[in-house]
Design a protein around this ligand. Structure first.
Ligand SMILES: Cc1ncc(COP(=O)(O)O)c(C=O)c1O
Length: 403
């Protein structure tokens, strides 16, 4: 449309657009109306497509398809694991038993769907430990060793953080967890499709995935379940998904996830190289053009597409709105936390000053971003930051100025 402003989307960790091939495959699949649980020809056709998608999702993790349980997304997969733990430790009187493993260990930087699930178990009587991370967002393994004991039931550590992109040493952490005899879960929603994820090599019992972070559709995800690991259904009903997750198959969603998984596997190396190049261009351009910025997250163990930056003296929501007016879409902290004035729990956990945490922006890049887009951002942002900083220093601070 003439005069329509170009939008530069830099919020791929919140969600991704469908890849054209995924969209085409889903539209075609909408014609396949059979219920994948039906025994007749239309049902069998639908089921065959579901199983093909399962092979593709398993292929992205290097595991056999029968270890993949489709769910409605990352939140459901994570909740299913935590609710399984609840049910394992639940006594006949409805209370958490004290004679079985009933302790949960997780980290201070998990996504809200893990964090809240852990808080919920705590409210039921579980002991829950939220492990600290260092200033780059890496788990303190000393703290993990100290927390593990014979009562530990589950350890849940995200593979890569959605806000700052820091990647954990999931394999090494897993060895400690398994030596302590606990179940090991990793939320790999942000890692999948961005870095190699080999579920067997990582030693995870459970691994969470979501399609809409890898250019697939929203409302579909999966849980990898190592053979022998317990899983109790969150949703009871029919026998779909081996009895682990009832409900008529979401055929088009599952097919779209499968297609996105195939494309992600084939392009993983190119994606990493391209994203790293663009992210470094953004980082260097901002460092050159904006004084006094601070990069949050690990310098090398970080998702190739993610850059989290604090702009001291400028407020995050104001930066976000000014960028939005200029056609650039970013996020402050996680999308789920936006609208809240609380500083990000992740930035606080890495020891950021609450003042700095308020002035932080997450840039997360994806396939549709070009070098020209990045250059537009590094030219557009400096005057915005200068203006916001000037405004904040011109406002009197403290009680005297509050009236
Ligand atoms: C690390 C992480 N885990 C879980 C989720 C939730 O996934 P879904 O949106 O599929 O429920 C997200 C989404 O932001 C995420 O970033």
């Amino acid at each position: 449309m003439p005069g329509e402003q170009k939008r530069i989307y830099l919020d791929y960790n919140a969600t991704t657009p469908l890849k054209p091939e995924v969209k085409a495959a889903m539209i075609e699949d909408l014609e396949v109306y059979g219920n994948a649980s039906s025994m007749h020809a239309d049902g069998r056709l639908a089921r065959a497509r579901v199983e093909e998608a399962r092979r593709a999702v398993g292929g992205l993790l290097g595991v056999s398809p029968d270890t993949i349980v489709f769910t409605s997304g990352g939140s459901e997969s994570n909740n299913t694991v935590f609710q399984t733990m609840r049910n394992l430790a639940l006594g006949e009187d409805g209370r958490i038993r004290s004679d079985v493993r009933n302790e949960i260990i997780t980290t201070a930087i998990e996504h809200p769907c893990v964090f809240s699930s852990a808080e919920f178990l705590k409210s039921l009587g579980f002991k829950v430990v939220f492990l600290p991370v260092d200033r780059y967002g890496k788990l303190e393994t000393g703290a993990l060793k100290a927390a593990l004991n014979e009562k530990t039931l589950l350890v849940s550590v995200m593979m890569a953080n959605n806000e700052i992109g820091t990647i954990q040493d999931i394999k090494a952490i897993g060895k400690l967890v398994k030596a302590a005899g606990a179940w090991y879960h990793t939320d790999a929603v942000q890692a999948l499709g961005k870095i190699p994820v080999d579920a067997v090599d990582l030693g995870a019992d459970y691994l969470t995935m979501s399609a809409h972070k890898i250019y697939g559709p929203k409302g579909i995800g999966a849980l990898y379940l190592r053979k022998g690991a317990p899983l109790l259904p969150l949703i009871h009903g029919g026998h779909q998904e081996g009895g682990f997750r009832a409900g008529t198959y979401n055929n088009a969603g599952i097919l779209g996830f499968g297609k996105a998984a195939l494309l992600a596997r084939d392009s993983l190396e190119d994606y990493g190289r391209e994203m790293r190049g663009l992210r470094n261009r953004l980082r260097d351009g901002l460092a050159r053009n904006v004084p006094d910025i601070q990069i949050n997250g690990h310098p090398s163990d970080v998702l190739p597409n993610t850059l989290n930056v604090s702009f001291p003296g400028a407020e995050g929501e104001s930066i976000l709105l000014a960028l939005d007016l200029a056609g650039i879409e970013v996020s402050t902290g996680s999308a789920c936390a936006s609208g809240s004035l609380e500083p990000s729990h992740v930035l606080l956990a890495i020891g950021a000053d609450p003042f700095l945490a308020h002035g932080s922006i997450r840039f997360s890049l994806g396939w549709q971003v070009s070098a020209a887009d990045i250059d537009y951002v590094t030219e557009t942002l400096p005057p915005i930051i200068a203006r916001l900083r000037a405004m904040s220093t011109s406002v009197p601070k403290g009680p005297a100025g509050a009236g």
